[in-house]
Ligand binder design. Sequence first.
Ligand SMILES: Cc1cc2nc3c(=O)[nH]c(=O)nc-3n(C[C@H](O)[C@H](O)[C@H](O)COP(=O)(O)OP(=O)(O)OC[C@H]3O[C@@H](n4cnc5c(N)ncnc54)[C@H](O)[C@@H]3O)c2cc1C
Length: 419
Amino acid sequence: MKNKKHYVIVGNSAAGLAAARSIRLIDAQGKILVLTDEEGPAYSKIMLPLFIGGQVSREEMVLAPESFYRENAIELKTRAKVQGIDISHCSLSLENGEKVPYDELLLATGASPYLPPIEGIHMPGVYPLRTREDAERISAALSCIQGEAVVYGGGLVGLKCLEALFNRVGRVRLIVSSDQILSMMLDRTAAAIFQTRLEANGIKVHLQTELVACRGKGSLEKVVLANGQEIPCGLMIVAKGVVSNMQMIAGTSLRAEEGILVDKRMATGNPHIYAAGDVCQPDDLLGGGKRQFPLWPLAVEEGRVAGANMAGVSQVFSGGIRMNAVELFGLKVISMGITETQPGPLVTSQSRQDGAGYRKIILSGSRLKGCIMLGDINGGGVVESFIRSQQEVDEFFIRKVVAGSVSYAHRLWPRGGRK
Ligand SMILES: Cc1cc2nc3c(=O)[nH]c(=O)nc-3n(C[C@H](O)[C@H](O)[C@H](O)COP(=O)(O)OP(=O)(O)OC[C@H]3O[C@@H](n4cnc5c(N)ncnc54)[C@H](O)[C@@H]3O)c2cc1C
């Protein structure tokens, strides 16, 4: 019997590193190889907008220094792009022709920005933001930008980019296809409060607007909207969502929809191949099948669970849930789970809006299914624990949550006929 397992992890970021750490905690002897197609040490993608905005340095974004790999006996191979998997021979093929054998394989390859097929989308001056290299290119371009900067896409990444550009160059504009900003995180009321904050900072927001072209001689000089309007600008960040990096499973028996389908152990249909992070599609904690959750904390948790199972200790992932806690343009916001009532059993919502902010919870019967807290984020952790556990709550508790006066004491006695 072979005594040392050979673990191969493709991806040197949130999910991949969490898996490597999890394996090493269980198996001190196994050989762990991490492959990445990037250069340099692992870094926090969440901090990329802060780097562009000039708030953090390249060094401050580093997640795992060289000592992490050395101390955990993890071999890191950079600039190693995986192209395919030969499942029958348990081996990976790299772009340079090299073959890498594995006993247990984790695909933690994340996702890449979606670039809509419009004229000029690849021209200099138009950038996605996903990697440190993207951020460095944007940062260099900003030091000699002529005119305004534009962000195309009104989701969380788009808004973070908008704030970074605002901090760096001041003159920024947001173009959004949908009829509200942050449509995956906020309802219309909260989105309108947010938009008012952007406009108070002098930012022009275009809703329900599509771009049809990026034009310029040599580099970006203007973008053209579907209504024919031309907006002069020197730089644009495209933040229109992501697509999973799963080209390497083409031609294999692994099943995928938007991401690679995994079970609660983060295993694919093959007993020696796992997937975690943005590349996978796990169970939804709130029901309704499998969904993608491109979020850092979930990538870490999925990686941790996958690593444990690869090393032979059975663990399960409780399911993905959309959750964000951020501060943008000075407004604190927590958004979790379902944020709009839907036809069917999700019928109730309760909310409060006043000078302190806006709070809303979504209920199905006596169970919390989601919340939005804007401005007043008191008790966010308590609400999260109830959404995750799906423990029942009573009217008293609901009133406390909506009022913003819920605390961990209420976590112990969520029901009980109080007035
Ligand atoms: C600007 C920005 C802001 C964000 N802000 C937030 C936030 O506030 N909150 C939040 O929860 N999430 C945020 N996210 C999302 C978060 O960063 C991702 O969910 C997280 O990075 C996913 O981690 P991952 O390990 O699955 O994949 P990734 O971080 O994408 O890493 C993928 C790894 O796989 C490697 N790789 C890919 N393909 C190959 C290949 N073929 N061969 C070899 N290596 C390969 C890459 O080099 C990389 O090492 C943000 C993302 C961005 C870009």
